[in-house]
Write a protein that binds this ligand. Structure first.
Ligand SMILES: Cc1ncc(COP(=O)(O)O)c(C=O)c1O
Length: 438
């Protein structure tokens, strides 16, 4: 009851924010929205929801996924009785060391890599920093060819390297849907040749566009350029055979496929060698100092195993969820558009939708949240401190429209998606019968 009152309070604050845009005080609208959110967060903290039966829909799986119970199960012994330091020579240490090496074998097996090419890290961000900074150091890279829509774990280190005068960054041309223009990439690689590192992600985490990783790997290997692909969104979602794809470096992160947070890996092809990013002990064959995150590493391997053992089945199920949501939303609200590419050239776990503008569209993502639907804004909004999505800005998306990234996992159901469509229809004042045309 108290919770309902809190929600009503929050909704009032939003209504107030909304009506302000019709008045001469419309400039304070972003401030009023921020205030409404603060009120909501505060009221949630002091009076959490009492009704636990309400449907909660988690569609933010590109941000992170739920830890699988079978993963937790294999991790537990290393959080309790198997606590030895893997660098210790006694039995406790040998036990945990063996667990790490067994996990490394699992990762290498699924990627068709050799065990010596896999190094455990704290996740995708560290792996990308390691490759970019250490490849520049070790190979005297002078030019980095990348894109404006990479994850910040790539764009920011590239900017830092450029600021330090170590490299010149070149941004490959993208088409209106955010696809890499391969001819432009070829031009850049031919121009800068051997001094080049190409850093292009396999799948974009916001719009889901897929890169033809084989084509880029082939181009780079022919021209003697280094190639790093941020594969954080595709590891354990697509098969990748590293014997067939001559990419030099890739990265992975366990929490994107139902593993634990704070653990991942970097693949460094055996003929390439990098210097460490973190200096200290001799862990990870001198490549990454610091006592290993054993339970994380064991969890990462189990999550890989779970995903790769059912990869086609999960692919088909999740892909079906994505097309179902798109079709149902399109039926209900015909004026929606997909941001990025839709279909085979896109990641089946991500659907980024642009919704029409109306007087409430600034609040769409908050409205979803208040109705227990977790999705990501990915908005091109530039108001207040919210700089919006650098990816959508690059695609020149109409900033007045509301953009929502829905991202799926095998735990989502069609019933949850029906609930989302119902809500979206309500938000746009469309009755379901009207919208779906049934
Ligand atoms: C494409 C991409 N790269 C890198 C990362 C960073 O990974 P981590 O959270 O493991 O540092 C993410 C996570 O959001 C991502 O989506």
């Amino acid at each position: 009851m108290l919770w309902l009152n809190c929600n009503a309070f929050y909704n009032c604050a939003f209504s107030l924010a909304n009506s302000i845009h019709l008045t001469p005080f419309h400039n304070i609208k972003p401030f009023t929205i921020a205030l409404a959110l603060k009120i909501r967060n505060f009221t949630q903290a002091i009076c959490p929801p009492e009704n636990t039966d309400v449907m909660k829909v988690y569609l933010d799986n590109a941000a992170t996924t739920a830890l699988d119970s079978s993963v937790l199960e294999v991790m537990m012994p290393y959080l309790t009785e198997q606590y030895g330091n893997p660098s210790s020579i006694h039995g406790f240490g040998r036990e945990t060391k063996a667990a790490i090496e067994k996990s490394r074998k699992v990762i290498a097996k699924y990627l068709n890599a050799s065990v010596g090419e896999i190094f455990f890290t704290s996740g995708g961000t560290e792996s990308a920093n390691l490759v970019l900074k250490c490849a520049v150091e070790r190979y005297g890279v002078k030019h980095i060819i990348t894109s404006k829509i990479e994850h910040h774990c790539v764009t920011h280190p590239v900017e830092e390297l450029e600021k330090a005068g170590k490299i010149k960054a070149h941004y490959v041309q993208l088409d209106e849907n955010g696809r890499v223009v391969y001819e432009d990439l070829e031009r850049l690689v031919y121009q800068y040749g051997k001094d080049v590192l190409v850093a292009l992600m396999h799948a974009n985490n916001e719009i889901g566009n897929l890169l033809d990783i084989e084509r880029v790997a082939q181009l780079c290997s022919e021209q003697g350029a280094l190639f790093f692909s941020d594969t954080v969104q595709t590891i354990a979602h697509f098969p990748l055979d590293l014997q067939k794809t001559p990419v030099h470096f890739i990265s992975g992160s366990a929490h994107k496929f139902h593993g634990p947070k704070g653990v991942g890996f970097v693949f460094i092809r055996s003929e390439k060698q990098l210097c460490p990013l973190i200096h200290g002990g001799s862990q990870e064959r001198n490549m990454r100092a610091g006592t290993e995150n054993i339970y994380g590493i064991v969890g990462l391997a189990k999550a890989m195993e779970n995903s790769y053992n059912h990869i086609l089945e999960y692919h088909s199920y999740i892909n079906d969820l994505k097309s179902y949501l798109y079709t149902e939303l399109k039926n209900a609200i015909p004026d929606i558009k997909v941001n990025g590419v839709y279909g085979d050239e896109s990641l089946y776990t991500v659907l980024n939708v642009s919704f029409p503008a109306n007087e409430n569209s600034d609040f769409l993502i908050y409205n979803l949240d208040i109705n227990n639907i977790a999705a990501s804004a990915g908005s091109a909004c530039t108001s207040g401190s919210d700089q919006g999505s650098h990816v959508l800005r690059e695609l020149a998306i109409d900033p007045s429209r509301a953009n929502v990234r829905f991202s799926f996992s095998r735990h989502n159901t069609h019933e949850e998606l029906d609930y989302v469509v119902q809500h979206m229809s309500k938000f746009y004042g469309i009755t379901q019968e009207q919208g779906s045309g049934h």
